[in-house]
Design a protein around this ligand. Structure first.
Ligand SMILES: Nc1ncnc2c1ncn2[C@@H]1O[C@H](COP(=O)(O)OP(=O)(O)OP(=O)(O)O)[C@@H](O)[C@H]1O
Length: 302
């Protein structure tokens, strides 16, 4: 379980009213723990809560070679530097940020796949991180993998039959479903994993780039499937470099840079600000891009 951050444990008025959440294997979510972290929780529909989360990777590097000996050193790489977030039922949160800003790391920590080096992560249910949880086998056909994926998620054979057709329709892979998955392009495999995960209707779904591989029809179907999830009080996270996709699909966006939250607010506003920043960065206008980043931090930081 993630440790709470003792430094933030006092001086904030606490509301320890009950939080309607269930315990999961990875995390326990109880009001006292949130209170110890010094956060005021005034409503009970929070599904994902992060308090001052840090993540440091230890990386082994090869050093200089002298007299034929290679010297190996360990370097620490700070991927997340104090992320705090509270996400509620029905929110569709887009994560944007330049390469290496910490988006995938944050999803992995929130999904419980990576323990934070410091800080607290609480979730109301086990999040499903698309692409990792679905254990699909390359030698099996798409159809067989749909059954396997749904069984692996704990559904009974009867439910698997019923959900199977939903997955088939959403994936739109038609005849390819009878081919071994090793013959799929990465986009086709991503679509299949996405369709399986969405049909499973997890309370918390996390998608890392998978949607960018689909065509317009797939995007439209995906959007409808996720709208249904959100309407039934689910929570979705989406990492994407396509700011337009975030703007069109998400209700809220969080902009990460160098492991920190730069801006957090309505998807439309954040996505537009991010797109202008990314455009300037791509043009090599680094000073202008840094200025836009600072402006966004002032305007949208919560
Ligand atoms: N397994 C790992 N070991 C060491 N460092 C890592 C590892 N995974 C990520 N990092 C580092 O952590 C930082 C954040 O990486 P992360 O993949 O979370 O960023 P990202 O915003 O998702 O990037 P991208 O948009 O390029 O996918 C980067 O500096 C990256 O090099």
């Amino acid at each position: 379980m993630a440790a709470s951050n003792p430094e933030s444990s006092v001086s904030v008025p606490l509301d320890t009213s009950p939080i309607r959440v269930t315990e999961t294997e990875a995390y326990s979510f109880d009001a006292a723990e949130v209170a110890r972290a010094g956060r005021r929780i005034s409503d009970d529909n929070i599904t994902v809560f992060a308090d001052e989360v840090h993540l440091e990777y230890q990386v082994r590097t090869s050093g200089s070679r002298r007299k034929g000996f290679g010297i190996r050193r360990t370097r620490s790489m700070k991927a997340l530097r104090g992320i705090s977030l509270a996400v509620r039922e029905g929110e569709f949160v887009g994560l944007v940020g330049r390469n290496g800003s910490g988006k995938s790391s944050l999803l992995r920590v929130l999904a419980g796949l990576e323990p934070p080096s410091e800080g607290l992560v609480l979730t109301s249910a086990q999040p499903q991180l698309l692409g990792v949880s679905a254990a699909l086998l390359p030698e099996l056909s798409g159809e067989e993998n749909i059954r396997l994926g749904l069984l692996a998620m704990g559904f009974s054979p009867e439910v698997v039959e019923a959900k199977g057709s939903e997955v088939t329709e959403l994936s739109n892979l038609d005849d390819a479903l009878r081919m071994p998955m090793r013959t799929y392009s990465s986009g086709m495999a991503a679509r299949l994993r996405f369709a399986i995960s969405v049909a499973a209707k997890p309370e918390i779904l996390m998608i890392d780039e998978a949607l960018s591989t689909g065509d317009a029809a797939f995007m439209e179907r995906s959007r409808r499937a996720m709208d249904q999830m959100i309407a039934s009080a689910g929570t979705v996270f989406l990492v994407s470099h396509a700011a337009q996709q975030i703007e069109e699909m998400c209700t809220r966006a969080v902009w990460l840079d160098r492991g920190r939250v730069i801006a957090d607010g309505p998807a439309r506003d954040i996505a537009r600000a991010y797109r202008w920043f990314a455009h300037n960065l791509a043009q090599g206008n680094n000073d202008k891009a840094e200025q836009l980043l600072a402006d966004a931090a002032l305007q949208f930081k919560t």
